[in-house]
Design a protein around this ligand. Structure first.
Ligand code: SF4
Length: 352
């Protein structure tokens, strides 16, 4: 495939700090694979972090660096993908403004995560214009690269839908020489493994039950030791079932067939103890993370290297974003080219 003919993919994460196994298996590992097939843009959504953390922005920048270290550690390759930071490409903000002019308020008020998050995130005033408008910013993030696909999990397909609606509405109002400026991006469904946290609930920073990609080996082993198991195994002699045990779920992700066979037989017959079984799971997680942590160390020792990658990626992203903005401005009759004044065309007077 020659450069420029690949379909475009865009995705990003909020900089909430070091990434965990749930982030990795739910998104990042898939992004690494997409790099072979698509022209990929992966970004750090620092402005999105401010939609909820506007009152305390102190950690956003250092969290962004932690995220890019994890991106690079996981195998995102700056030679193949454009890796950048949202706030360094101001065109996102310009497109956000223009989209906000055409987006009906009702579309935003009915976004399911809007109400849900306003109720669930305590201690922050989220009754702001920026928080309500975050799906518009998200749409600008995607459409400014005229992306064909957005990798998402099943539960996020609705987020791509509003982007498609905004693209459609923009294209309905404004055309560039008789053609649409924006393609309607498609969700690219990510087959997501169920990643349990140490308490058995979904792994999430909110629950404090994570295992980080950068977690040191002793800490991984200690966390596994305290992990919840099949409640039927009260005593060592009680048989259990790996299908209802969070440690069993980790084995399904990280262990090979032989280990799975030992876990299945040993757990169901009470032939093994949970401590032994957890030790095998820890071994396999440690092995899986070893090359990732090795790559991370290189950038941890010289974070400037990672920052330079972000800067170079942001410059590259800016060129692509500016290319789209020139089309947008032309379609909206806001081009920066000089044009002599003309009488307003019939029917276009705005009545001022
Ligand atoms: S033996 Fe393993 S799979 Fe079975 S309950 Fe214990 S930890 Fe879970």
């Amino acid at each position: 495939m020659t450069p420029g003919t690949k379909k475009r993919v865009l995705s990003g994460m909020r900089p909430t700090g070091k990434l965990h196994l749930g982030n990795y298996l739910g998104a990042l590992a898939n992004w690494v694979k997409l790099q072979d097939q698509y022209e990929c843009f992966f970004f750090i959504a620092d402005w999105h972090a401010l939609t909820t953390d506007y009152a305390s922005p102190g950690r956003v920048k250092s969290n962004s660096i932690e995220v890019v270290l994890d991106y690079l550690a996981a195998g995102l390759d700056p030679e193949r993908s454009t890796i950048f930071i949202q706030s360094h490409v101001p065109q996102h903000a310009e497109l956000h403004l223009l989209f906000s002019l055409v987006t009906p308020l009702g579309w935003l008020e009915r976004v399911p995560t809007y109400k849900e998050q306003r109720e669930n995130i305590k201690g922050k005033d989220l009754g702001t214009y920026g928080f309500l408008g975050y799906p518009v910013l998200q749409s600008a993030d995607i459409l400014i690269y005229q992306a064909d696909f957005v990798p998402v999990g099943e539960d996020q397909v609705a987020h791509v839908e509003i982007t498609r609606e905004i693209a459609r509405r923009f294209n309905g109002f404004y055309q560039l020489q008789g053609r649409d400026v924006f393609p309607e991006p498609q969700p690219l469904l990510t087959p997501a493994a169920k990643v349990p946290g140490t308490d058995g609930r979904k792994m999430s920073k909110t629950y404090g039950n994570t295992i980080l990609l950068s977690e040191p080996e002793p800490s991984i082993r200690a966390k596994l030791k305290t992990m919840v198991t099949d409640p039927a195994r009260v005593r060592r002699t009680d048989p259990g079932n790996p299908d209802v045990c969070p440690v069993g779920d980790l084995h399904k992700i990280f262990s090979d067939k032989q280990t799975m066979a030992k876990v299945n037989a040993g757990c169901r017959s009470a032939g093994i103890g949970c401590i032994e079984c957890k030790g095998w799971a820890a071994d396999n997680i440690v092995n899986h993370l070893a090359p990732i942590q090795e790559r991370r160390r290189k950038y941890e020792n010289d974070p400037r290297l990672a920052w330079d990658i972000l800067e170079a990626g942001s410059q590259k992203a800016m060129r692509a974003a500016e290319n789209t903005m020139q089309q947008v401005r032309a379609a909206m009759k806001m081009s920066r080219e000089f044009e002599p004044p003309t009488l307003a065309a019939a029917g276009e007077e705005d009545g001022e």
